[in-house]
Design a protein around this ligand. Structure first.
Ligand code: C5P
Length: 291
């Protein structure tokens, strides 16, 4: 059975710069992804050809998906088949580690991993741009998740530019409360914020640049889900924290630390103090060639 990690997506900054007529918001966002060396910050999708289609979910987050209808992985297979790409019957297994509806793109990353795996089974695999087009039909975040490397995303999240970002040492914390992305967008007071400041060159201090950027969804999400504020307070109280911010539409927040050891100690302390929260230390995937 072939397997692929579906890496958590972290919005290091997320600026809302406008709104399209169809209701989707224009974004300027810097994203990075959990490195495969941190598999606990990734879901896993497994796929093999079979006599008929089947889909099963296991892992610590499986129970959260038990009551949801459908799954973006099945939508991904259906999208390929509808376009005439002959995906054979497949057995698919999802190992769900990431909290659902949590601002770190779990469902989108699962769909992206399924697209990669299904593409490998096609007699004529799609090229990167055709696969990205199918991904965009599944959700605004799915194309970026196909890449799994640091990107700046504009448009509604589908216009992607690689960014030279080093590996970051990070803690992700989720208070285990699902947050609805459309509800957060609807709660915004204004949708006309400035885009991100010009990106620094690869050798500059990313943390100080990031400190000058924002997540424009954070305030609205905190209004709808006050525990986000508690998570940020708890991250801010950990030793050596460089920056704490919410990712995506929440409720997951990230903390940046100068070393893997600092991040691990912070995650351990948070897990002890808040056993009901999801807290993990991870490394992010650096840009190709970056340190
Ligand atoms: O594309 P996706 O299905 O992931 O988006 C979920 C919802 O989030 C959309 O229906 C929309 O309400 C909101 N959204 C938005 N602007 C974006 C991305 C998502 O308004 N750029």
């Amino acid at each position: 059975m072939k397997s692929r990690l579906a890496q958590a997506k972290i919005n290091l900054a997320l600026h809302v710069t406008g709104k399209r007529d169809d209701g989707y918001h224009l974004l300027d966002t810097l994203v990075c992804f959990a490195s495969p060396v941190s598999p606990h910050a990734c879901d896993e999708v497994r796929m093999e050809t079979a006599a008929r289609d089947s889909f099963s979910i296991s892992g610590p987050g499986a129970a959260d998906l038990a009551n949801t209808q459908g799954n973006l992985i099945l939508d991904a297979l259906e999208a390929l088949r509808r376009r005439g790409h002959g995906v054979p019957p497949v057995r698919v297994e999802l190992v769900k580690n990431l909290p659902v509806a949590s601002g770190i793109g779990g469902g989108s990353a699962d769909a992206a991993a399924a697209l990669h795996l299904a593409n490998e089974l096609l007699p004529q695999p799609l090229d990167a741009s055709a696969l990205s087009e199918v991904a965009a039909s599944l959700g605004a975040d799915v194309p970026m998740c196909l890449h799994g490397q640091p990107l700046r995303a504009t448009g509604i999240g589908e216009e992607l530019t690689p960014v030279a970002l080093p590996q970051l040492h990070m803690v992700l914390v989720n208070p285990r409360q699902a947050v609805s992305t459309p509800t957060v967008f609807k709660a915004l007071n204004t949708v006309h914020h400035a885009p991100m400041a010009p990106l620094p060159s690869a050798c500059d201090n990313w943390t100080s640049w990031l400190a000058g950027q924002r997540n424009d969804l954070q305030e609205a999400a905190m209004g709808l889900c006050p525990p986000i504020g508690h998570v940020l307070d708890a991250l801010n109280a950990t030793p050596h924290l460089e920056l704490a911010r919410m990712s995506g539409s929440g409720a997951t927040c990230f903390g940046l630390y100068p070393s893997a050891a600092d991040a691990r100690r912070a995650a351990d302390a948070l897990a002890t103090a808040h056993p009901d929260w999801w807290s993990v230390a991870l490394q992010t995937e650096p840009s190709p060639g970056a340190l």
